[in-house]
Write a protein that binds this ligand. Structure first.
Ligand SMILES: [Zn+2]
Length: 87
């Protein structure tokens, strides 16, 4: 059996697997919350972020995709935990 590094060996015995899992889980949750704060939007699911539907004849003409109102973006799931994303 390979010997563990000194840092890993110094972890207190009472830090069980479940406790460690909780800490890691909370860390991931915090990272996710910060991610939602910094980047609350994702590309719209129906138009994939390109909300313009171009015409076949007049190729420079387009209409805006109705699903997202032509923004091409949608709020990420859970982004409403931050007050500025509620409207
Ligand atoms: Zn869209």
């Amino acid at each position: 059996m390979p010997s563990l590094p000194a840092a890993a060996a110094s972890v207190p015995a009472e830090l069980s697997g479940a406790t460690l899992l909780t800490i890691v889980g909370l860390g991931l949750l915090a990272a996710w919350a910060v991610s939602l704060l910094l980047h609350p939007y994702t590309a719209c699911g129906s138009c994939k972020g390109t909300p313009r539907s171009y015409g076949a004849i007049a190729t420079r003409s387009f209409r805006l995709w109705p699903g997202c109102g032509g923004t091409g973006r949608q709020l990420r799931a859970g982004a409403r935990i931050w007050p500025q994303n509620r409207s």
